[in-house]
Design a protein. Structure first.
Length: 372
């Protein structure tokens, strides 16, 4: 093969690889010149630029495409944002400031049509809910918030609070949309996002309706894992899993059981509550070194971010990563909806308690359990 042919082949492969990523570009009207524009996924900035003559262009690569990404225009209280659903493709966004966030349509986006339809169905209720939340914070700032208003807004018992009523309507719209669009990538992605909020028998029924051409998707496989493993209940034994720790050593979760309680912490670098929990958890572990160990499972996919989370922890912490991100079987097994999520296991490996989210009382609750 001569050098000219080799060069042509090299240029061909470079071009092909370059086309594997996405490009989002367009014209945004109503924003100030040099306004910052960012595209993010799961809190991680993929690319950013400044508006120049109303134009912008962003590039990146999605390793689990198609997926939801977020466009942020501006900073602070004036920020406008939009979520949309794309693959590694070229898409165009031409929009006015008043179109954000519900009335922006993408051109050239193969997978985003259902996302736009879904946003339109939720639009009225979402606007109403946002206004109610703003009113709530205004009342709190004015020191007018009280137990009566708390019930009026947030009561989960009949008569339901006004925000809870809206949430129930939104849930109905969402579930109906998933049923009607289960054979689209976006419908599957919605089911994957909310699988822990939908009864398991309904999730199973929906999976049975998925066409063969979508069954190899990462969404289907993750939901399938969710269905395969029942919810852990109190006294159930842990689900084992493998990964690497911060020293690159291959580890199994079962290997951490050595006569102590084990707190399994699902965490990420881009979660403020996860980071807020770290010093409290370190204090809890140090005060109970003969009774408790903590294993943090990093839920995202990038090595440098895993390493970043490791640095946030003390040197003797156990931080594990399976390199599969939020589509991993471990994430599905443990029904993680958001971070942080905590599972407390007894020394015999049986579940004692699950905690969704972090609160200031978490340490006290765990302390009380292990002191029984």
């Amino acid at each position: 093969m001569n050098k000219f042919v080799t060069l042509l082949l090299l240029m061909f492969f470079i071009t092909i690889n370059a086309q594997k990523g996405f490009k989002v570009s367009g014209v945004l009207e109503g924003f100030k010149e040099n306004t910052i524009v960012q595209i993010e996924k799961q809190g991680i900035i993929i690319d950013s630029c400044y508006l120049k003559n109303k134009k912008f262009q962003l590039k990146g690569f999605l390793d689990d495409a198609p997926s939801i990404v977020y466009l942020y225009v501006g900073k602070g209280d004036e920020t406008k944002n939009l979520s949309f659903f794309i693959g590694n493709e070229d898409v165009v966004i031409n929009a006015k400031i008043q179109d954000f966030p519900y009335d922006v349509q993408l051109q050239g986006a193969k997978f985003d049509k259902e996302r736009y339809l879904f946003d339109q169905k939720e639009k009225r209720l979402m606007i109403e809910r946002d206004q109610l939340v703003k009113n709530m914070f205004l009342l709190r700032d004015q020191k007018k918030w009280n137990d009566s208003l708390q019930n009026a807004y947030w009561s989960r018992k009949e008569p339901y609070g006004i925000i809870i009523k809206i949430d129930k309507e939104l849930d109905y719209i969402q579930n109906e949309f998933i049923r009607n669009h289960i054979n689209s990538f976006y419908g599957l992605s919605l089911l994957n996002s909310y699988k822990t909020e939908i009864p398991l028998n309904e999730v199973k029924d929906l999976l049975d309706k998925v066409k063969p051409e979508l069954r190899n998707s990462i969404y289907f496989k993750t939901i399938e894992s969710h269905v395969k493993y029942p919810d852990l209940k109190i006294e159930d034994k842990f689900y084992d899993f493998s990964g690497v720790d911060q020293t690159e050593k291959e580890v199994k979760f079962s290997g951490y059981f050595n006569g102590k309680y084990i707190l399994l912490d699902f965490s990420t670098l881009y979660c403020s509550w996860c980071l807020k929990a770290i010093p409290k958890l370190d204090e809890l572990k140090n005060n109970n070194s003969n009774k408790l160990d903590i294993v943090t499972f990093y839920v995202d996919k990038k090595r440098k971010d895993f390493e970043g989370l490791v640095k946030k922890h003390s040197k003797d912490s156990n931080v594990v990563w399976d390199q599969q991100g939020r589509f991993s079987e471990t994430y599905a097994k443990y029904k993680v909806f958001g971070t942080p999520t905590f599972y407390l296991f007894a020394p015999d490996g049986k579940l004692v308690e699950k905690f969704d989210g972090y609160s200031e009382e978490l340490g006290e609750k765990i302390q009380e359990i292990i002191n029984r």
